[in-house]
Design a protein around this ligand. Structure first.
Ligand SMILES: [Mg+2]
Length: 439
């Protein structure tokens, strides 16, 4: 019998704000960070890895929240966890004293997501499969058993989910071959950070098109004249056949969003992401109606499956961003993917952050094979930063994510990277300039 013996946590931060990588209208100086989790077993060669993504100082709080879950994990029988990933997640979510901090939202829910994802990583490693394949190989009954349907039954019942998964089953082996041969479409945000000069944006946009990307995304929302100029420049640079999306990162009130987007009406936007507060479901619906046919998207800051349910029910969005490290782990994302498939909303997974590309590709690929059966009308975000710190980094070829082969969820970081970027005592933070800035 094997046991989980420890839940180790690390505060890992990268000083990305120096180059304004990751900068947008709401987050001008992000230091991409991970509250990083290692779920150790009594097998020295078998551990599970997960992370919560933050952008700097929030990592103090995030790490403390993960540490608060330690008593739910240390000492557990390994097989009991990996054979009942639904029960494991429900026990963490059901801790009544910690649940008070949400419920099922914010720092504590993200902490649960990191730990639950580490358990899925462990399960996939124990099975010798990459996570996308581990999920795709589950029977419909096994997959549905991992999901907490509480609060969802007015939109999706377990019976409906089973019917959908059984209906998708006959095409699974064909889609598996298709995924291995073609990969999964990606789009890139790398040219579009708000702090970049016009020249840098144009240079990176040209590079992105040459590398095979069919969609680029620009950050907007600080100054309307700048946005009109940058979007028109981007359109001139990439031509009419490359899709351009914009991302306001929650910058606007509802009337501001509508007025602002009318200024951008000649750019032919592929979508507008996070136009307003992620909690404002009816606001998204109002914006969507007012700027139609411009597609509206949100999801990277959507707390949980209940909020996603309402976004779908209210017809508030055309596209949805799932995020591997925002909600309560793989289980909850499977519920969101099932609802998106039922409501016919295209999924464009969020991956702007350290490790998020590595993680979310697995969910999108599993969705293609086992749930929605679609990939060519959607794409996973790609940001070309910090992949070198991961043991199994994403591979992009001709604008597509190549399906990972290694067992697990691809969240494991190199030990040397964790040591170097550990805050505040890693070497990267001990240099004089960073010590001064961090104070
Ligand atoms: Mg975004």
């Amino acid at each position: 019998m094997s046991r989980i013996i420890a839940l180790d946590t690390y505060d890992v931060r990268f000083p990305t704000s120096r180059e304004r990588d990751g900068s947008d209208a709401m987050n001008p100086d992000p230091d991409y960070s991970a509250a990083y989790v290692v779920m150790r077993t009594d097998h020295s060669s078998l551990s599970g890895y997960g992370l919560a993504f933050t952008i700097g100082r929030g990592n103090d709080v995030q790490k403390a929240a993960i540490d608060a879950l330690n008593h739910h994990v240390a000492g557990l029988d390994l097989d009991e966890v990996i054979d009942d990933l639904g029960g494991f997640a429900r026990r963490l979510i059901g801790d009544s004293q910690l649940r008070w901090l949400g419920p099922e939202k914010g720092v504590m829910h993200m902490a649960i997501g990191a730990v639950v994802n580490a358990a899925w990583d462990l399960a996939a490693r124990a099975a010798g499969k990459p996570l996308w394949r581990f999920i795709a190989d589950m029977t419909p009954e096994q997959l549905v058993a991992t999901i907490d349907f509480r609060y969802l039954s007015d939109a999706l019942t377990p019976e409906e989910a089973l019917t959908m998964l059984h209906a998708a089953a006959p095409g699974k082996s064909r889609r598996l071959q298709q995924l291995l041969a073609e990969g999964y479409p990606a789009y890139t945000t790398s040219p579009g950070w708000l702090g970049y000069s016009d020249e840098k944006m144009q240079h990176l946009a040209r590079e992105a098109v040459a590398a095979g990307f069919r969609t680029i995304k620009l950050k907007v929302g600080m100054n309307v004249e700048d946005d009109v100029r940058r979007c028109r420049l981007a359109r001139e640079t990439v031509g009419p056949d490359i899709a351009i999306a914009v991302d306001a990162n929650q910058r606007w009130d509802v009337p501001d969003a509508i007025a602002w987007l009318h200024h951008l009406s000649d750019v032919n936007l592929a979508w507008v992401e996070e136009p307003t507060s992620p909690d404002d479901i009816l606001g998204h619906a109002s914006i969507r109606r007012a700027v139609s046919p411009v597609p509206i998207s949100t999801g990277e800051h959507t707390h949980n499956r209940v909020m996603f349910k309402q976004l779908f029910q209210a017809q508030a969005i055309d596209l949805v961003q799932i995020d591997a490290a925002r909600v309560g782990g793989v289980n909850e994302n499977l519920a969101i993917l099932l609802m998106a498939a039922k409501y016919g909303v295209r999924v464009f997974p969020h991956a702007g952050g350290v490790g998020l590309c590595e993680l979310v590709q697995h969910l999108a690929m599993a969705d293609f094979i086992a749930i929605s059966g679609k990939k060519d009308d959607r794409a996973i975000e790609f940001v070309d930063h910090l992949h070198e710190h991961f043991v199994d980094p994403v591979v992009i070829a001709n604008g597509c994510y190549i399906a990972p082969n290694a067992p697990g969820f691809s969240a494991q970081m190199h030990t040397g990277s964790v040591e170097e970027f550990r805050y505040p005592d890693g070497q990267a933070w001990c240099e004089p300039a960073h010590t001064a800035r961090a104070s």
